[in-house]
Write a protein that binds this ligand. Structure first.
Ligand code: ADP
Length: 345
């Protein structure tokens, strides 16, 4: 950000300096000319040169200060903007839901003018696996993110255990949910701390247990400092599959009852894939699972499938039912089955 600001200021500053330098040189040259002409005394000519330099340095610092003031102005505006953002927790209460059934009741949502969900109603019973499929851009991620209140619905409501997600404090809502994204964010910190992010108070043995379940204990132990290995710049670089398994270990340690999972679309090597599937199986045991599914195997095993298209749930059911109906689902499966390493996105 600062670099960008510098870039906008530098040309102005340069121009200012060029004009200032140009003017002072002009003053000196003129002084010399008048002196040589005999129209000006040497003392006055020298005085003028000195004065021009004094004026020059003052103007230069004034120019720099004005740039600084503009920078301050922009920064203060930003702070004010953040200050004005409403606090999400204003009306929330700490809630411990009685169950983890998730219900979308006539939910509509738009990004500005762009409507993504149009009066969507659906029920996700607790401790079941729900797969969400549909064309790219259909709103699968948006639907999942609404549960965790990345955004708030424009119409209708989403409830967990019968309580509107907007009536929870953000803490008491998010403690129930673990999200595992395709894009994994790990901190430039030790592997141990990265896993513990899901539950900072967890003792080391718990971290190891979670890592074992997520099939990453072995590769962690093969690193020079084991769990103390620092990830990222200047530390260990991990493969995509390894990062993903660490993020699953994090979710296993958090042990939230609701798991939102964006299944990887990138085809990893078969060994990594098996480890990943094993880690996901451990994570999702006995949980309420919502998956953005891309693999045939996942959708086949799901307790229910929602097909999202054009802002609506167009088909609902199990794989065996949906495959027999003409419709988007059967089309997808038909096309994807032919493709090698098929995915539904
Ligand atoms: P899917 O997960 O099914 O591919 P998404 O939920 O990511 O679909 O996106 C649904 C639609 O909303 C897309 O058209 C996408 O371009 C748009 N969209 C997604 N996120 C944003 C955002 N943060 N701001 C504006 N539009 C968005």
């Amino acid at each position: 950000k600062n670099l960008k600001l510098e870039r906008t200021f530098v040309p102005y500053n340069m121009l200012q300096q060029i004009i200032l330098y140009g003017t002072s040189i002009l003053v000196i040259v003129e002084g010399l000319y008048f002196y040589l002409n005999g129209t000006m005394a040497l003392s006055i000519c020298l005085l003028m040169t000195v004065a021009s330099f004094m004026l020059f340095s003052q103007l230069q610092s004034a120019g720099n200060t004005s740039a600084l003031l503009r920078l301050l102005d922009v920064s203060i505006d930003k702070v004010n903007e953040i200050d004005k953002t409403p606090v999400m927790d204003e009306h929330g209460k700490p809630v411990k839901p009685e169950n983890y059934n998730i219900v979308f009741d006539d939910v509509s949502f738009s990004y500005g003018e762009h409507q993504v969900l149009d009066h969507v109603s659906l029920t996700i019973p607790e401790r079941t696996v729900t797969a969400i499929v549909g064309p790219s851009g259909a709103g699968k991620s948006t639907l999942c993110n609404l549960i965790a209140r990345f955004w708030d619905v424009d119409g209708g409501k989403i409830t967990i255990g019968g309580v509107d997600v907007r009536d929870y404090t953000l803490d008491s809502l998010l403690t129930n949910i673990s999200e595992v994204f395709q894009k994994v964010y790990l901190f430039a910190d030790t592997i141990e701390n990265n896993i513990k992010f899901g539950n900072p108070a967890a003792p080391h043995e718990e971290v190891v247990k979670a890592a074992q379940k997520a099939c990453c204990h072995e590769f962690i132990m093969s690193l020079p400092d084991g769990y103390g290995t620092v990830i990222g710049e200047g530390g260990a670089t991990l493969s995509g599959g390894e990062k993903q398994r660490i993020s699953i270990a994090r979710a296993i340690l958090k042990d939230a009852p609701i798991i939102i999972l964006d299944e990887a679309t990138s085809s990893v090597d078969p060994e990594n894939e098996n480890l990943l599937m094993g880690a996901i199986a451990e994570l999702t045991k006995n949980k309420t699972v919502i998956m953005i599914a891309h693999r045939l195997k996942t959708v086949r095993n799901a307790d229910q499938i929602f097909v999202l298209s054009g802002g609506h749930i167009v088909q609902t059911g199990k794989h065996e039912d949906l495959i027999r109906q003409p419709g988007i689902y059967a089309d997808f499966i038909g096309i994807r089955k032919k493709a090698i390493g098929w995915k539904l996105k």
